[in-house]
Write a protein of this length. Sequence first.
Length: 754
Amino acid sequence: MEGGLDEADTETILIAAKSGGKRALELETLEGTVERITFRNEENLYTVARFTLKGSGQPITAVGRFVSIHPGESFKLRGVWTTHPQYGRQFQVEEAEPIMPVTIEGIRNYLASGLIKGVGPAIADKLVKAFGLETLEIIQKYPERLLTVEGIGPVKAQAIQEGLAEQQEIQNVMVFLQGQGISTAYANRIYRRYRQNAVAVLKENPYRLADEVPGIGFRIADRIAGNLGIDRESPQRIRAGLKYALEQAVEAGHVYLPAAELVKEAEKLLELPAQLVQGQLEILAQSGAVKVDSLGGEKVVYLPFMHAVEQEVARYLRERAQMAANQDTLQLDLLPVLAEMERKVGINLAEQQREAVLQACQKPLLIITGGPGTGKTTIVRLILEMFDAWGWKTLLASPTGRAAKRMAEATGRKAQTIHRLLEFGYEGEGGGLQFRRNAENPLKAQAVILDEVSMVDLRLFYHLLQAITPETRLIMVGDADQLPPVGPGQPFSDMLASKIIPSVRLTEVFRQAETSLIVTNAHRINRGEFPKLNYPRGDFFLIEEKETANLPRLIVDLVKHRLPSHYSLDPMEDIQVLSPLRRTKAGTDVLNKQLQAALNPPGPGKDEVTFGGSVFRVGDKVMQTENDYDKQVFNGDMGRIVSIDREGQHLVVEFADAEGIRYVAYQRSEWDQLELSYAISVHKSQGSEYPVVVMPLAWTLPSLMNRNLIYTAITRAKRLVVLVGEKRALAVYVRQVRGSERYTGLVERLTSPA
């Protein structure tokens, strides 16, 4: 691409230019006219353009974010000169102010540029010939005079006037917003949301941006408010800060916050005394912006949607639990049927397994939980056989595509993600995103079996329950000792803790699983016992290394050389590196760069692009980092880059899940949804299995060095676990039962009278 900084370079320059102090760069002002646009991304407005400077006529390359830009337009540019290692000298634009043309040629080029709909070169020539230097003024103030120009009728005249007015409106708003220190990218979002009212909205209450403009949260809105001179003690600021603190708690996994803790968090965020914050919390509650409740005699605060969701989930589960309680004796005639089914499929169930199958055939709602090697998959297969014998339609689902694929392979049946099961997508032409399967359009099946339910957060669980009628049996399978969901709540753990939902806990590890140290050590860790290590011909090893900085080098050597040569493994397909954190010496960021360089280095004919500080290369392992319902790819889905176009504007990723192999194209503006996945976080690995897991035992936050995390990591491995680090670090993981607890009221709502 000609003369173009990539976006990471752009941000670096902007940070340098705004950094303040003695090292701040002095911004230079240039005026010029756009010759041509070399590159333009309409999503984030990043633009590379060729300008002719006013006066000298010198051509330059300018890069930056422009809300609207067309050949022939003139701009006043403020920025700094930079030298790109590949594209040479160019002007990095921090602010761009359109200049209305004042010459005949400038007016003609301006109108012919395409920025006013319906006006092209031919119409522009006619207008300039008719009105000369007064053309723009006549369009603005006397549009009826346009009717004297051949080819312009009343409708076109009005459209030309409105088009010019809109462009000037954009310019006026953008000049104001940029004058308040608002970046071009955010200014464009604000304008798109409020149009000509943008300035009035900001002056009245800039904190509306946090609720109403995508990508602008409280911190950005607060900075804008500060630039506008909004008082730090203003009620608007305090209420916005309280909501932000509560939203952040939900993002961290909580369903609510105790009122005292919320006030404390907002007090730190706003740097204001607690009494000011407390008063505004009461006003927020009166307005309905938050919901105040009492749990265990403590005053707690919810976002309204989370409060309604938790109440509805509790109501549904209580009703189904009562139905199950009314069926408290198992049908004895099921025993010979099950015995015959065991003979048919060649499986001899243990007592706990048999109880789980019988309960599933009897109860309208059931939880089956157990660790690795306890036979959960065997039970699901027998349940399916029983339901088949009755002629039942049974649906299978899991939270992620990888978990659904595993479920399909284990059962030989179709399985899908919960989102696909509930047919999540756009509703009708111009409709919003929603679950098409809901209370009005429920799932049509006699039974639904869900796997890996420990990964399901409260919001998704609510939507699932909405689509399941009382006549449909719901069987939930999972491991209660895994990490909690990434989203808010922990409904699986809460249902078990309430003891009102029928459940079977599997504790017996079967003989074929007992030979695996992975299974043995998973159960030892769960009991707080130190695992057995480094047995000859074993499948669980610790390679000791005290220096954290040495861990990446050791891990790269293991993945590229030692494990593949000793165990005949494919380093790309068979080995997955897991790490507790991203930004540490042994975090996923460092590991991904080093593993990429070792396993998929650059080479002749191998296309690659740079984006946001990362390199994406054909052949790379990548992960989707957010839900994209248009593409039907979801947070945690992993694939391989199979092609990158030579201009670096789009790439294609191959995904394999329960639905088969799919190829998904990403435009450059969508690349922030992807990240390298040679190494991923333990949380992101939930619901997956890999032949081999390699994990650094780095010292990290105490809340992350807990039993649930190491247990989840090692139970992802089917064939081999290799830990790299210190024994004493492993001992800390095993000893510490859990990280920080989540605030959730589901247990109390399930166990208290309705």
